[in-house]
Design a protein around this ligand. Sequence first.
Ligand code: COA
Length: 258
Amino acid sequence: MENILIEKQDNIAVVTINRPTKLNALNKATIQELHDGFKALNEDKTVKAIIITGSGEKAFVAGADISEFANFSIAEGQQLAAEGQALLFDFVQNLSTPVIAAVNGFALGGGLELAMSCHFRIASTNAKMGLPEVTLGVIPGYGGTQRLAQLIGKGRAMELIMTAGMIDAETAKNYGLVNHVVAQEELLEFAKGIATKISNNSTVAIAKAIQAINANFEDGTNGYAVEIENFGACFGTEDFKEGTTAFLEKRRAIFPGK
Ligand code: COA
């Protein structure tokens, strides 16, 4: 992998987008590497939570790589959005392993869209977030018009996208876009602390919960029906047997992840 780094420790993987001289802008190669990396980590049963961040102190990701699409036609533009959404943004949202975005600086355009595809977000105090695409004569194409409105509400999303404004970490927290704000030097350890809590729980149940929560945002899907089905499916798992047995035996559950 040329553009990303992956480190694994204690059931937690940290994916770092590593193009600091381009503020970690997402070019085609990086999107493909992220797809391959996330796919492999999701298949690795020793990995129970994934954190994604950007290298350097300035940016999480400053957007899609503008130099790659400046001369695109209408068809190429549509293809760029469709392929990107399938390979990375929808892919991450629907991953069965939890993904936490550790937003360590600018998260603009595709960078904020990537953070919003993650299951939740933590930001450092210096983080700045926005969808500035209309300043380039284009709109967000990696799910930003949908996920921003879901996360912060339609009116705020309309304003942020129309003005191409940037919000700071505290505002993002007030809006519900990020869950926590911490000093930059503490960001990764803080994210790892939450990932560790997650990793002690049933991975099978967590995967079912991700699917049920996401179902609320899918057209034509009844989230309550998905919840009923997934709730029932948990009763057939070894994790459920271990979880309930451990509770009744007054001991900590050691989940087999099956
Ligand atoms: N695509 C391609 N290259 C990018 C980029 C992007 N989205 N964002 C930053 N870069 C590159 C710059 O071109 C520059 O490269 P260079 O040194 O080869 O000229 C390098 O990263 C550093 O960026 P620079 O603009 O010099 O840093 P800055 O501190 O002055 O400004 C930003 C930081 C984030 C405000 C500014 O880089 C920016 O506005 N980026 C584009 C944001 C954007 O519109 N994203 C949405 C894309 S759809």
